[in-house]
Ligand binder design. Structure first.
Ligand code: UD1
Length: 427
């Protein structure tokens, strides 16, 4: 089986550039289903989830083709309302965006219940509540969600939790609903803003994205257009933390430093020197880092998608640190594997208490999800000896060229075992 072998204790130093944001790409690609003409989406990360989504679009009748490794052309004119319950749709959680986009455009849609990373219960009841508020009937049967409406009408929708997925899905449907939709307690994540910017660029009328109230005046005629995806704040944060755990000096480029504020602030609190300029951040780790308390929160709080990597870092820092996970359930599944590497962590519900200063040692470990895999790679970078990470396919869902990028910073990492299937089989 393919795995990543990491020989630890190499100090990371140098420059690295991040790709486009995974979670923005996985929403802007289906948003192109709402368009009235050809869309060209640029700065896409070439990761497995994006390859799966390209397949989903083609099966729905959109002509989606890569112009180069980071640019996708989508012609949605010939799309037909068919069920997206094939394998590629089941693989990715974000395939649920097909529901909002197709419901708005055709008044009906069906998609397999979402797959993706399996960390705790991740229901989609807020999405369903939103579609129903817009006038749709929703039926879940045999693992497939069916939505249909004679006419979608704008509505006032309050989300019980500022869910990224529900906010985007409701926006996708509401751009084609009649009249005004208001989403209260909307998610403010940068990728929510990116999808709104894309939809506005092709003719929609969405105001307030990035605040907790989003107003969508539906029914505008949408056209096609070219769009560039924002940089990936989670990939950027991953390299910032990877630099810190190795006592390194890593300069991360092609980012929006404002998106990184919670991460930069936490690393500064821990004694790292973090310098920003217009589109890059340099992190230099002090010889002795301080422990920290980290609480994950919706944006602009500390992102749950960086919690596992931060936990790996804190296991190596002398003193007691506490992580509180408030966004997702059961996102500590990787901790058993970190403990096998020598970490000392006590988990109590949504809280992990870390008795830091452990000397990690490399061993065979396995990823249970995307960021869990990244946590173990981060730990492996600081561990004595060789760490071998299995289930690498999870990590490939979210990071483009991860091993090459780590090597360019001085890490000793190597992919071993079965070779990945080539890009062609995904498109
Ligand atoms: C998105 C991201 C994921 C990130 C998460 C939180 C994508 C493809 N994935 O996932 O990487 O970790 O945001 O920033 O963009 N919830 C409900 N009912 C719902 C929706 C959500 O109970 O209908 C709860 C669940 O406990 C869930 C939590 O809210 O775990 C967060 O969900 P949400 O913000 O919607 O995240 P996702 O869109 O699943």
């Amino acid at each position: 089986m393919e795995h990543l072998a990491i020989t630890g204790m190499q100090r990371l130093a140098g420059h690295v550039s991040v790709n486009g944001a995974k979670n923005a790409a996985l929403a802007v690609i289906p948003a192109a289903l709402c368009a009235g003409g050809v869309c060209v989406i640029d700065n896409l990360p070439m990761i497995d989830d994006v390859k799966s989504y390209i397949d989903v679009l083609n099966r729905l009748g959109a002509r989606a083709e890569l112009l180069d490794n980071h640019t996708l052309r989508v012609d949605p004119v010939h799309v037909a309302p068919v069920t997206a319950d094939f394998d590629s749709a089941k693989k990715i959680r974000a395939s649920y965006y097909v529901l909002g986009a197709m419901l708005g455009r055709f008044g009906e849609a069906a998609a397999a219940l979402p797959g993706g990373c399996n960390f705790g219960a991740r229901p989609i009841d807020f999405h369903i509540k939103g579609f129903e508020a817009l006038g749709a009937e929703v039926i879940v049967e045999h693992g497939v969600i069916y939505v249909r409406a004679d006419e979608l009408k704008g509505a006032h929708i309050y989300l019980d939790f500022a869910s990224v997925g529900a906010t985007i899905n409701i926006m996708l449907a509401a751009v084609n609903a009649k009249g005004l939709t208001v989403i209260e307690n909307a998610a403010k994540e940068p990728h929510v803003v990116d999808v709104a910017n894309f939809l506005n660029y092709i003719g929609a009328n969405i105001r307030g994205a990035g605040t907790n109230t989003i107003r969508i005046n539906g029914g505008e005629r949408l056209r096609g257009g070219d769009y560039t995806i924002i940089p990936d704040m989670i990939e950027a944060g991953t390299f910032m933390i990877a630099g810190a755990i190795t006592g390194g000096d890593v300069h991360v480029h092609n980012i929006i430093p404002k998106h990184m504020e919670s991460v930069s602030a936490k690393l500064r609190e821990m004694n790292c020197v973090v310098d920003e300029d217009e589109d890059s951040i340099r992190v230099r780790a002090a010889e002795l880092l301080s422990p920290a308390n980290v609480k994950t929160q919706v944006y602009p709080g500390f992102p749950t998608d960086l919690q596992p990597q931060m936990c790996a870092l804190l296991t190596t820092v002398q003193g007691t640190s506490i992580i509180r996970e408030t966004v997702t359930d059961n996102r500590f599944q990787y901790i058993g594997e970190l403990e096998r590497m020598g970490a000392r962590i006590h988990v109590d519900g949504r809280q992990a208490v870390i008795d830091g200063g452990a000397v990690l040692s490399g061993t065979d470990v396995s990823a249970s999800d995307l960021r869990a895999g990244m946590s173990l790679i981060t730990a492996g970078l600081a561990a004595v000896g060789e760490t071998r990470l299995a289930n690498l396919h999870y990590v490939d869902r979210g990071y483009e060229d991860l091993d090459e990028k780590l090597r360019s910073l001085g890490a000793c990492v190597e992919r071993r075992g079965a070779v990945k299937s080539d890009v062609g089989s995904y498109i």
